[in-house]
Design a binder for this molecule. Structure first.
Ligand SMILES: [Zn+2]
Length: 475
């Protein structure tokens, strides 16, 4: 029997509002433990929660960016459960009347075909406290940090529309890009400001029913989301092939073992309407005001980039996925960089270099103007692509101009025919066996000798000219 996967994602996103959801404590969970607390977020009896207007605005902006319909009336419920990270015994969340419903995002499917993935609803909720387990010492203890208690979250619940790890990863990547555009959230899986849980089940290919699902938690990167889902699909397939039933439970992804393992279940109780926080009533006038705050979103920006700058659809999509990259690209193009060249260098060299450093563009001294100046040196053949890559890496660390870096580092390209001729002379003299090999018809030797000659020039030779001279001299 052939199976197909049915995948739905529940994503918690921490809004970057200045305060917590129901009090004026700073929304900074990373501060020294238990600094950012008050009777409301320590959940003392009798304390009076008041909804943060800023958090609501940011939540609504996020919902609009994900094409949801904002509900005219939404309300909080008490989600009952008992655990040391929630001493009051319930979490304020929206269960019966969520903030928004019926959204969607478009992704590129497995073969590049467009796929629309639906969002069931988005609701507001407060985060719970954080447990810190100290396992060293004679008696292991668990500590409770209330800095995170009451920080504003939205939970984005998808429909079970995804069919593969690829679609789930694209969904998360696209959703993260859209939310970052709005400026409502940082969405860092590494830092825990975006947490993704996956519900996975299998069914016979072509059927439309739903079978028992398994929830997987604890993935801290988009790659881990894909790996954990792929693992879970294999595990469930093996179970079904052995005739073992799938049991409803929660598993944790272990990134070291690259496997999921069952976790201990938490008691969870009912959701009952909360009497302490007033319902949220949203009128059309206020909603239009928030709508006016939405920036140009990635799909529209991609269409404009294609038209204004002649990018291919793939290039335009890559340049518009993240807001900082799209702003950088456009500023570079406006500073005189050839747009397609700039897009190519951003995608192929700059983005991977930023990933290696784990840095955002804004955290480096690189400006679009200096990037454009670098591409101009390349365009004018003052430096070759190899040197340009090295200069780019230096631009990420200093605020010197590319011209200065080229001058100081001696990156200037050698296009002097006499100088290159002498270099080739030396290379040919030092590799008689390879030269003979080439002349017997082994064409691959040309590339090998080209590499030697380029290395001998310390990477600075004009590659086109060097190849010409070498080919001519080898006959
Ligand atoms: Zn507080």
């Amino acid at each position: 029997m052939k199976y197909e996967a049915v995948i739905g994602l529940e994503i918690h996103v921490q809004l970057n509002a200045a305060t917590k959801l129901f009090c004026d404590c700073p929304n900074r969970p990373g501060d020294e433990p238990n600094r950012n607390t008050c009777p409301v977020c320590l959940w003392f009896p009798g304390a009076f929660p008041r909804l943060s207007r800023e958090a609501l605005e940011k939540a609504v902006l996020a919902c609009l960016a994900l094409n949801c319909t904002i509900q005219p009336v939404s309300a909080f419920d008490q989600k009952v459960y008992y655990y040391p990270d929630l001493p009051k015994g319930f979490q304020l969340s929206q269960h019966h009347k969520p903030l928004a419903r019926n959204g969607w995002i478009d992704i590129a499917g497995e073969n590049g075909e467009p796929r629309r993935l639906r969002i069931h609803h988005i609701h507001l909720e407060e985060d719970v406290a954080k447990l810190v387990h100290e396992t060293e010492g004679r008696t292991p203890i668990s500590l409770v940090d209330f800095n995170r208690a009451g920080t504003p979250l939205i939970e984005i619940v998808s429909e079970p529309d995804m069919r593969s790890p690829h679609e789930a990863m694209e969904y998360v990547k696209t959703l993260r890009g859209q939310l970052r555009y709005t400026g409502s959230a940082e969405c860092s899986m590494e830092k825990g400001t975006m947490r993704v849980d996956a519900n996975i089940s299998l069914r016979q290919e072509g059927s439309s029913g739903f079978n028992t699902k398994v929830e997987v938690k604890n993935m801290n990167s988009i790659r881990n989301v894909g790996d954990a889902i792929a693992y879970e699909i294999r595990r469930q397939t093996e179970c079904l092939e052995k005739g073992e039933p799938i049991v409803l439970h929660t598993r944790l992804w272990d990134p070291d073992k690259r496997a999921t393992a069952p976790m201990r279940g938490k008691f969870s109780g009912p959701c009952i309407p909360d009497p302490s926080v007033a319902s949220i009533v949203i009128n059309e006038e206020w909603l239009n005001e928030i709508r006016g705050m939405l920036p140009e979103m990635p799909d529209r920006k991609a269409a404009r980039f294609s038209g204004d700058y002649g990018l291919t659809p793939d290039e335009a999509a890559a340049m518009s996925l993240e807001r900082d990259i799209s702003d950088f690209f456009e500023a570079a193009a406006k500073s005189g960089a050839a747009p397609r060249k700039a897009a190519n260098w951003i995608a192929v060299h700059l983005a991977p270099a930023l990933r290696d450093r784990g840095a955002a563009l804004a955290e480096t001294p690189l400006s679009a103007e200096r990037f454009a100046a670098l591409l101009s040196l390349l365009e004018k053949e003052i430096i070759n692509p190899q040197s340009a890559k090295e200069v780019l890496l230096q631009l990420l660390a200093t605020d010197e101009s590319p011209e200065k870096i080229v001058e100081k580092g001696g990156y200037g390209q050698v296009s002097d025919a006499v100088e290159l001729d002498a270099l080739i002379d030396r290379v040919i003299g030092e590799h008689p066996a390879d030269v003979a090999d080439y002349r017997k018809g082994n064409a691959k030797v040309l590339g090998f000798l080209m590499g030697i000659a380029m290395k001998a020039s310390k990477g600075k030779a004009n590659p086109k000219l060097l190849r010409e001279i070498l080919a001519k001299r080898l006959g």
